[in-house]
Write a protein that binds this ligand. Sequence first.
Ligand code: SF4
Length: 271
Amino acid sequence: MKQIALYGKGGIGKSTTSANLSAALADTGCDVMQIGCDPKHDSTRMLMHGEWIPTVLDLVREKGDRIGVDEVVFEGYGGIRCVEAGGPDPGIGCAGRGIIATFQLLQKLDALYGDVIVYDVLGDVVCGGFAMPMREGYAQEIYLVTSGEFMSLYAANNICKAIARLSKRSKAKCALGGVICNAKNIPGEEELVREFADMVGSRLIAYIPRDGVVQVAEVNQQTVIEFAPDSAQAAVYRHLAETIQTNTETSIPTPLEMHELEALARKHIPV
Ligand code: SF4
C-alpha cells in the first residue's frame, strides 16, 4: 500500500490536485482512499459530487467513539473511499486533534487499506498537529504542492524542514517524493519551482498549468477527470497519477535558508 500525502499552503489547489489525482488513480483500477486533513473539509467534495460529508471530528464530538465505518467513510467517484477529518470551531481547540482522532478511529475500524491512500494536508503551518500524518508514520511519500508565489514556496520549504526533522525519528517513515507546480501563470514560474525542487534535493514531478476547465468542472461538482476526461488538463492529472504510482525515488530534503529562498525568488521573478 502506498501512503502518500500532498502538503502545501492553503488555497494553492491541494484539494483539486488531490481529488483529480485520486480520480485518475481510480480510473486505472487502483483501490484508492482520500483523507482530507484540512479544517476547510472540502478535500473530497468534487469526488462526492458536491456533497459535504460529515467530518470525523464533528461525529466524535457528537457521539464519542460509538461510530461505525459507514458514518465516516463515503464512496465517491470510481469507488474512492472519502474521509474528512474536519476541524475545531474557530478560536477553540486544535486542528491537529481532528487528524489524530480520525486516524485513531480509522485504524480501530480497520478502514485504512487499499492500493493508495492520499492524505490531503494543509501546510501553512507545520505544527505538531498538521505534521501528525508524517510523525506517526502514516504519510510516507510527501509531495509538495506549490506555485511560484513566494509564500507558497515559503510554506513548501517549511514542510521540507519538518520532513528533514521527522525523518530522524523511528516511527516516522516520511521522505519527499517530489514537487508539484500548480501554476498561477507567473512568468518563469516553472523554472523557479524546478530550481527550488533541485535546491532542496528533490525534483519537479509535474507542472499543472492554470486552465479554466478546472473551474468549470468544479461548478459542475466534478473533478476534471470525470467532467472533461478528454481535455489536456485531464491528461496532465493522469500523467501525475502515473508518475506517483511508479515513483520509487524519494529523498530527505535539505531546506533552504531564508536568504537563499529570497535570492531564488529575486532571480526568477522580474521586479
Ligand atoms: S498543534 Fe497546530 S493546530 Fe493544534 S493547537 Fe497547536 S498550532 Fe494549532
